[in-house]
Design a binder for this molecule. Sequence first.
Ligand code: NDP
Length: 254
Amino acid sequence: MTLFDLSGRVALVTGGNGGIGLGIARGLAAHGAGVMVAGRDPAKNAEAVARLRQLGARAHAVEADLAQEAGCEAIVARASETFGRLDILVNNAGTNIRKQPQDYTLEEWRTVIDTNLTSAFLCSRAAYRHMRDVGGGKIIMIGSMTSLFGLPFAPAYSASKGGIVQLAKALASAWAADNIQVNAILPGWIDTELTRRGRAQIQGLHERVEARTPAGRWGLPDDLAGAAVFLAARASDFITGTALPVDGGYAAQG
Ligand code: NDP
């Protein structure tokens, strides 16, 4: 096996039916992994599977609400039953509710925290046994620039993305002895459904991001594939508990 070859490996990508998750799923599939994508929308799931199969990938989808414990347990079980093993988990499913902190309800807070942070814990917990049984595994958390900075209109989102980096460190420390590496990717501003909604809501956001990003553009879902393949592959076997910005330099510029 070469450093970046994922042949024979099986990946579960939460929120893999669109946006960043699908960009990552495409990258993993192109390097040989079988891929299970998980999301709530059956039409998006079917479309994603069709696109992954066009790449020649072994691909399936599972419908689940990952804000629920049962949903997290079910997708891990399904991936492992369908492919006979589970090597890679990408905790990518996420959402945002944009409001000032003083206007946030507890229900809104819980929706964002459950979807972005608690689901990552629950899916990782469920995946642990399967990875240990095959001699190791890779867990990739999807953080954000809000893992580093706070956004005034996204208190729960910022808290969830800060938490996910610390969760990666805790799991990395706990499971290193089982040869499971846990790392986070921190995407910059990427053009997806999520941020299209954000740009419709927050005036001037598109231009502000473009002006502040040294690369001079918004990212695309496929920009995340390289880092994900690296963190899913043998190439990163001695790397665990880290958080890697993939942001066109956004976080580097003061
Ligand atoms: P999208 O809205 O395009 O994708 C979100 C994905 O999550 C969809 O596949 C959606 O599927 C799934 N999802 C959301 N809620 C649930 C749920 N309760 N149960 C199951 N699946 C769910 O957004 P992005 O691709 O932009 O976001 C992907 C990740 O990247 C998120 O964690 C986001 O926070 C993060 N991120 C995004 C950035 C960006 O600029 N776009 C920047 C930094 C981080 P479905 O609707 O079918 O349930």
